[in-house]
Design a protein around this ligand. Sequence first.
Ligand code: ADP
Ligand code: MG
Length: 160
Amino acid sequence: MPADEIVTHSSEETIAKGREIAEKLRPPVLVLLKGDLGSGKTTLTKGIISGLGAAKEEDVTSPTFNLVHEFHIHNPAGNEMNPNPCKVYHVDLYRIESFHDLESLGLEDALSEKSIVIIEWPEHFTFRTDWPTVEIRLDHAGGDSRRIAISDLNMKNELK
Ligand code: ADP
Ligand code: MG
């Protein structure tokens, strides 16, 4: 899939984009969200996780304190794109300071089962995984505008 770039003009538009992205995600997949504070990573995640049917938008909040929030797709009825129940992890590595911290997050568990793992601030750690990975870069583009660029890095296993 080629890189896809759009500009949104409100958080609602960014959430809508997240819902669109959700339709294309199949576990296992790693979604890396890059961009400055306030660029809209958590807002986009609201769209992705609600689009997956794993939680309501308002229940997707920044994992600032826990660093990892876990959701479940229990009943994928109506969402034929994700026919199997799976876990969805929303991770924020902004505060991660060491490998030790990372180990205590239990990310290994997340990466040992077929799940959907969404990571804010992935630059704070190097991930070694052969999982299909989607990288999304968000940038401020003046006022309420945000540029969102999506690239599939290794979607070899896509559409299983
Ligand atoms: P991050 O997780 O990257 O730090 P957040 O999603 O938490 O960013 O915050 C983005 C902030 O910017 C929110 O307060 C949101 O309402 C606001 N905002 C304004 N315009 C947009 C937009 N087009 N897309 C996303 N967020 C926007
Ligand atoms: Mg955030």
